[in-house]
Design a protein around this ligand. Structure first.
Ligand code: DX5
Ligand code: ZN
Length: 225
């Protein structure tokens, strides 16, 4: 989106949920570009977080696009609910989707932008064949499930490979086509942000480095380098 410019997506996982609307307004004022919502089901990942109800509440609290990261089994069952709740972007894991093409189509049919997510242990090549069908590829730089984990540098090579593949695929860049964004999620700090940007990422998810800081605007600025 937006000519693949650098976008910062605070992850609500580290926000104070007793003051969710205020926290969302605060990161919006502080310069956030997207709001990242982590949905976990206790099956695909070892943690449970939020569902469509919270997405609906977040929708009322901001005009920013909601970037909803589904870490759930059978994503097809819930895609329509999340779209109805106000998700602008819905990303699904290649490891859990039973039919990636159908699930991507389902996201589009429900009026949201589709994205595909790749876990640290999954080769990035696994999603190359759907690059012309998605608006975003999310590369995990931690094992999904929890905020505050350490960045895995192995993701850098995957970012470079994906950026090269996108750059060298003329059909992804021709005419009105907008090449997919490359998003990175997990352990993003000012230091690791520099590395992932240099490798070719343009959307940075950050939970603890923004919400555990005293000054959200300074934290977001720090991630832009
Ligand atoms: C991890 C989630 C992340 C997480 C990032 O499973 O997908 O979005 O909230 O948190 P930090 O930035 O603290 O690593
Ligand atoms: Zn996430």
């Amino acid at each position: 989106m937006k000519g693949n410019k650098l976008l910062i997506a605070p992850s609500l996982l580290s926000a104070d949920f007793t003051r969710l609307a205020e926290e969302i307004a605060a990161v919006e004022r502080a310069g956030a570009d997207l709001i990242h919502v982590d949905v976990m089901d206790g099956h695909f990942v070892p943690n449970i977080t939020v569902g469509p109800l919270i997405v609906k509440a977040a929708r009322k609290a901001t005009k920013l696009p909601l970037d909803v990261h589904l870490m759930i089994e059978n994503p097809d069952r819930f895609i329509p609910d999340f779209a109805r709740a106000g998700a602008d972007i819905i990303t699904i894991h290649v490891e859990t989707s039973k039919n990636l093409d159908e699930d991507i189509e389902l996201i589009k049919m429900n009026g949201a932008q589709p994205g595909v997510v790749v876990n640290p242990a999954t080769p990035v090549e696994s999603i190359f064949r759907v690059l012309d069908k998605v608006n975003m590829v999310l590369l995990m730089s931690v094992s999904p499930g929890f905020a505050g984990q350490k960045f895995m540098p192995e993701v850098l090579e995957k970012i470079r490979k994906l950026r090269e593949k996108i750059t060298n695929s003329p059909h992804l860049n021709e005419g009105n086509n907008m090449p997919p964004d490359i998003e990175v999620d997990g352990g993003i700090t000012p230091e690791t942000a520099k590395l992932v940007i240099k490798a070719g990422a343009n959307v940075l998810v950050a939970g603890s480095s923004i919400f555990y800081s005293k000054d959200y605007a300074a934290a977001i600025k720090g991630l832009r380098g």
